[in-house]
Ligand binder design. Structure first.
Ligand SMILES: Cc1ncc(COP(=O)(O)O)c(C=O)c1O
Length: 464
């Protein structure tokens, strides 16, 4: 078991590391790394500058105090520093006191991240045990996308989506993290632009930067959380190479309607024709099997052939530490495009650092694909919390999918409100960490006992 202190020490080490990297340039100086996409006049710019100074200076002082010396910066890559910059809001939370001083407290109600708070899905460990017994000498040899695993995915997509994917067009990856990295690596050149919708998942910006490409953020509609098609249309330039769409969306829980997806496809077709090269749609479908109220899922890939379908089993099974997922190229993508992308994706997987799932997970995939967390129970937790929080006076919408709620913070500063909740032994993610200032995110992976215990604290915090 990890003790509170060792978690805290890990957090401090990470904070030291980040601060060390940040200290390679003077606090307050425009580094040029993010200024290309965060204008100096934007509040985000000042927030990041303040944060850099905050983290760098406090860590500098702490280290100077404990070691009697100043930290040396030994991270040589300015490129990785730009990626660290984009990670600061998340790391400030994940390595700072709001999370680390509270997460190990007894009886804490932890709604911060999509981590399991119950034992793993029945059958998961059995499948791993069963498939860990070697059936031939190559059982644990180097693996790429194994034909058996490709067939499992093709059959699964046929049964679930009614679409015949070619097994050869399925690329097994270490979850969606790797699938996104590999897909971006296969299509991007330095300087290309990639659009993502804000609020986004934590790491889109960093994964784009990692490819030496330029992230372009477009806000969704503030009222409906639907894609803002006019804003997307306006954001596309002749350098745009891809757009990332995540439905159902983390953190809003919004599932984009057919009409929006058709509109998006029209826009992408128009600009691809104008640019004389395809703009790819990267459809992050991490939560596509976590949908409520019996709704069907419409994949954004359905209307646009130049699409990458990206999936991870980490959400459906709630086992993100056992990493398996995939990229699937849809059958309506022209054959010659798929043929050209096939070796590009393969080499991108290799140079990304062998981004294939391990042998055991691939062998076990036929069994794993049939398992899922209890979606009915998740829906029950959604309804329970939405009902209780609304009755207390919180403004909260009911998500169509994912395992997140996104209530409005009763006070403008969501970080301060998260601190008030922490005083009630409740940990939530401040909205500013996911580009939703004025909100806070709750993960429904918290267990029933945590929810029961948290209700009084939520009721108290809204009145103080
Ligand atoms: C929208 C979204 N995409 C991708 C990922 C990455 O998933 P994995 O860690 O299973 O690769 C996550 C995880 O939180 C996510 O929420």
């Amino acid at each position: 078991m990890v003790s509170g202190n060792s978690k805290r020490d890990d957090g401090l080490q990470l904070a030291d590391m980040i601060a060390g990297a940040i200290m390679s340039f003077a606090p307050g100086e425009d580094t040029g790394c993010y200024s290309t996409f965060v204008k100096k006049s934007e509040p985000a710019y000042f927030f990041k500058q303040a944060l850099i100074q905050d983290i760098a200076l406090s860590t500098l002082l702490r280290r100077a105090r404990s070691h009697g010396q100043f930290p040396m910066n030994n991270l040589p890559s300015t490129h990785i520093q730009s990626i660290l910059n984009a990670s600061i809001p998340l790391f400030r939370f994940a390595t700072g006191p709001l999370y680390n001083d509270n997460v190990s407290k007894p009886n804490v109600c932890d709604f911060a991240f999509g981590n399991p708070h119950e034992m793993p899905v029945a059958g998961f460990a059995d499948a791993l045990q069963k498939w860990s017994v070697p059936q031939n000498k190559d059982w644990f040899a180097y693996k790429r996308s194994e034909p058996e695993a490709q067939h499992v995915v093709a059959q699964s997509l046929r049964a679930w989506r009614g679409i015949e994917f070619e097994p050869n067009d399925i690329f097994l990856t270490n979850g969606a993290f790797a699938a996104l990295t590999v897909a971006l690596g296969a299509i991007l050149d330095a300087g290309d632009e990639v659009i993502f919708n804000s609020p986004p998942w934590f790491f889109y910006e960093q994964l784009i930067l990692a490819q030496h490409a330029k992230p372009v953020r477009v806000r969704v509609n503030a009222e409906t959380f639907d894609l803002d098609l006019d804003a997307l249309d306006a954001a596309i330039t002749n350098k745009t190479r891809a757009i990332i769409v995540n439905s159902p969306n983390n953190p809003t829980g919004k599932m984009y309607p057919v009409q929006t997806l058709r509109g998006l496809a029209d826009i992408l077709e128009k600009h691809s024709a104008r640019n004389g090269r395809e703009i790819f749609l990267l459809s992050d479908e991490a939560y596509s099997r976590i949908i409520f109220d019996g709704r069907g899922f419409t994949s954004p890939t359905s209307f646009y052939p130049y699409s990458f379908l990206i999936y991870t089993y980490g959400k459906t099974l709630l086992t993100p530490g056992q990493r398996i997922g995939y990229i699937a190229l849809p059958p309506n993508m022209p054959q010659e495009t798929r043929a050209a992308l096939n070796p590009a994706i393969f080499i991108s997987q290799l140079v990304t650092g062998y981004a294939f799932p391990n042998a055991l997970l691939q062998h076990a995939l036929g069994d794993l694909d049939k398992l899922s967390i209890d979606i009915e129970h998740l829906q029950h937790k959604r309804d329970w919390l939405v009902r209780e929080l609304s009755a207390m006076g919180y403004q909260v919408h009911s998500p169509e999918g994912t395992f997140y709620l996104l209530p409005r913070s009763p006070i403008a500063n969501d970080w301060t409100f998260a601190e008030k909740l922490a005083a009630q032994n409740i940990i939530v993610l401040p909205g500013q960490v996911v580009e939703m200032p004025g909100y806070f995110r709750l993960s429904l992976t918290a267990n029933d006992a945590m929810i029961t215990r948290a209700l009084a604290g939520f009721a108290h915090a809204i009145h103080v």
